[in-house]
Design a protein around this ligand. Structure first.
Ligand code: NI
Ligand code: MN
Length: 226
């Protein structure tokens, strides 16, 4: 499983049998748009945690280019189905065995309106199990007690957690979240994209290290291989 970071919560996940894109926000991200041409991105599936602009901006173009199936909560799935895209609707607590592996849509504490204010359902995160690995994509969320449910069923190889604060968990809450999900291998996301969420990288690294955890802060286009 190869996970590549494209800023904010945008990720590609390369599996043995499928390519997945999570929350594509590339053409609107000044830190990414000149480094990545979305026409080059491969996708069989697009996972969307919620409907905010910084998670869905490039969905339609990528889905048009690739024919990918959009996987998200019911409201978001119906929004894209009405526009003619192929979708797979889910809702909180539900899981599905796809051809590449298992996806479960899990709780997040955040909001989820579309940029025009229309209803994007309730926000979520994903557990993804494929190629013998299990990861947690938290999406935009507060620290929430529900995270403790995850290690009751899943042993995580990686937790992808927002750390930028203001709109989501910050560094200190993400450290507690990594305890809640029982995973000491963390990919930090949702930071530095704009002023409200700029972080001090050294402070973040040292706080996670002092807590006995590994925080990955990767450059745009760099990958983690599990
Ligand atoms: Ni959001
Ligand atoms: Mn966001």
């Amino acid at each position: 499983m190869k996970i590549t970071f494209y800023g904010q919560n945008s990720l590609t996940i390369q599996l043995e049998n499928a390519n997945i894109i999570v929350d594509p926000f590339i053409t609107g991200n000044d830190k990414v748009k000149d480094k990545v041409d979305i026409k080059d991105l491969k996708a069989d599936y697009i996972l969307l945690t919620h409907a905010h602009q910084d998670h869905i901006l490039d969905v339609e173009e990528i889905a048009t280019n690739t024919g990918a199936t959009i996987v998200s909560n019911y409201e978001i799935a119906m929004h894209y189905q009405a526009k003619g895209f192929t979708v797979h609707p889910m809702n909180h607590g539900g899981k599905w065995n796809f051809d590449f592996g298992m996806v479960k849509y899990v709780n997040a504490v955040h909001t989820s309106s579309f940029p025009d204010g229309s209803n994007g359902g309730q926000p979520g995160g994903f557990i993804l199990q494929a190629d013998g690995k299990t990861i947690y994509i938290a999406g935009d969320t507060a620290l929430t007690w529900d995270m403790k449910l995850i290690p009751m069923q899943y042993a995580l190889d990686l937790a992808i957690l927002p750390i930028g604060d203001n709109f989501t968990m910050g560094i200190d809450d993400a450290i507690i979240a990594s305890d809640f999900v029982d995973c000491n291998n963390i990919l930090g996301v949702h930071y530095d994209t704009f002023g409200y969420i700029e972080i001090d990288h050294n402070e973040a690294q040292s706080k996670f290290k002092n807590a006995g955890k590994k925080l990955h802060l990767v450059e745009i286009g760099d990958s983690i291989v599990l």
